[in-house]
Design a binder for this molecule. Structure first.
Ligand code: NAP
Length: 237
């Protein structure tokens, strides 16, 4: 059985570990845009496929497609759903559970988050990756933005912190205090690697704005754990 695994997440790396250990022929695919990306074990390919048609070509010699990309990698997930449907390739999406228990203001986009924050004087901590930052450029907020890699155009209007999780509660508490943060803006990424900030904000009474996940394409089958993906693949062997 040959599996194409769309990755770029810790879950995808763990899945590659398990599949290689079980002698399942897996090729992990990365977008190739993160510097010093942690590579999964086994065969790895990097770079986009060239849209749906390119992915369809790649699926010709594949028995199953697993989409374990980040919950906010919506374009890749849409392409995977369409390419799988058009080629008849079995597809399973792995989506780690979100942070639905987080109390705060839930919004649909970075633009909406930027519009609803109070302005002058507010000190906002943005943990939304580099892609949504521009929404905050003209808000007049003081902003600290934490990203893994710098945006292509370095923003002059915010303080940039380059760091990769996992983050600890102690570290997040210290950060919120040091920068005197009074609102946290985050995406509903889910997972334990970056969730300490939510507890730190709760302990310090810092309000949280959470950007909702993009919806999954209609009709795709999704599971929440790496083990469920392994079971699904074993059932098809
Ligand atoms: P995206 O907007 O959904 O995808 C844009 C394009 O990048 C896709 O159309 C595809 O190009 C290429 N691509 C994305 N993931 C790929 C993969 N695993 N293998 C090969 N090509 C891929 O994706 P994104 O939000 O920029 O995320 C890029 C990667 O970073 C993903 O692998 C994701 O798992 C990881 N990541 C994303 C976030 C986030 O917040 N978005 C956070 C952590 C990690 P073609 O159309 O040319 O095929």
């Amino acid at each position: 059985m040959k599996v194409l695994l769309l990755g770029g997440t810790g879950e995808a790396r763990r899945l590659a570990d398990l599949l290689v250990a079980q002698d399942i022929d897996v090729v992990s695919s990365l977008a190739g845009r993160t510097t010093n990306a942690r590579l999964p074990v086994g065969e790895v390919r990097q770079g986009g496929f060239g849209g749906v048609e390119g992915l369809m070509d790649r699926l010709q010699d594949v028995d199953a497609l697993v989409d374990a990309t980040h919950p906010f990698a919506a374009t890749m997930t849409e392409h995977a759903a369409e390419a799988a449907q058009r080629t008849g390739t079995p597809l399973l999406v792995l989506r780690r559970p979100g942070w639905s228990a987080t109390s705060g203001q839930w919004v649909d986009s970075a633009d909406v988050a930027a519009q609803l924050l109070p302005q002058a004087g507010t000190r906002a901590f943005l943990t939304i990756g580099r892609q949504g930052l521009d929404a905050f450029a003209h808000t007049g907020l003081w902003t600290l933005a934490r990203c893994v890699d710098p945006p292509e155009m370095l923003p002059t209007w915010c303080t940039l912190l380059l760091a990769r999780g996992p983050f600890t509660l102690e570290g997040e508490l210290a950060l919120l205090r040091e920068y005197r943060i009074d609102v946290l803006v985050t995406k509903d990424s889910g997972g334990a690697m970056t969730s300490a900030k939510l507890e730190a904000a709760r302990q310090l009474g810092v309000p949280v704005v959470v950007i909702r996940r993009p919806p999954l394409p209609p009709g795709v089958q999704a599971v929440e754990s790496v083990d469920q993906v392994v079971e699904w693949l074993q059932a098809r062997r």
